[in-house]
Design a protein around this ligand. Sequence first.
Ligand SMILES: [Zn+2]
Length: 231
Amino acid sequence: MSLPSHLAETCALGAVNGEPIAQFEIGGYKNFVYLILDWETKKAAIVDPQTDLSAPLNFLKKHHFQLTGILLTHTHFDHIAGVPQLIKSYPDLPLYVHPGDLHRLEGKAFDPKPIRKLQDKDQIMIGKTQIEVIYTPGHSPGECCYFLPGKPPYLLTGDTIFIRDCGRTDLEGGSNEQMFQSIQKIKTLPPATIILPGHHYRPECASTLKKEIVDSLPFQCQSVQELSALP
Ligand SMILES: [Zn+2]
């Protein structure tokens, strides 16, 4: 079980022809911005857009992809920074977000429309690529992961799961109880699932669920108390 070569590096390599996921590291907070690419229909979605989107947008243009959605894992400022600029360029682009995180978009200078409100187990189609929404609160009350059940399967984890860590739970709306339940939910996915986090906090850019279940302390916790006691 190994990672696709463009995700097996310690620096994000961007898009590779034919691969369904492209990873870009953008901005001062080491955010990973992802493209989900349906090569057959040339439809694409962008996940957690940062402000400098020249690399992903140039790739889409060069390969004649049509952007059909903005997917948010949650609405902390570093995951939505690029939304205003995107909806200026693409005013009809739907923004997918869980209602539990909508409050941070209210009163912002931008007015995203249409908004598609996510629920656990929703299916989003980008061309012929199926994406399953997995509701994973804990870091943020409306946090979701995006699961692509292909071969290999991919999980875009936002700030719920990092390589060998989980997201912090001490921010507004955070909860150790919910984080523990979310981790249990993620554990039930196929072990070969490739974990793609929202930040580049470890040398690696990606991992597998099988490896994280063995190596990551939050996955080993048997109770909320154990999770809460982690440093
Ligand atoms: Zn966050």
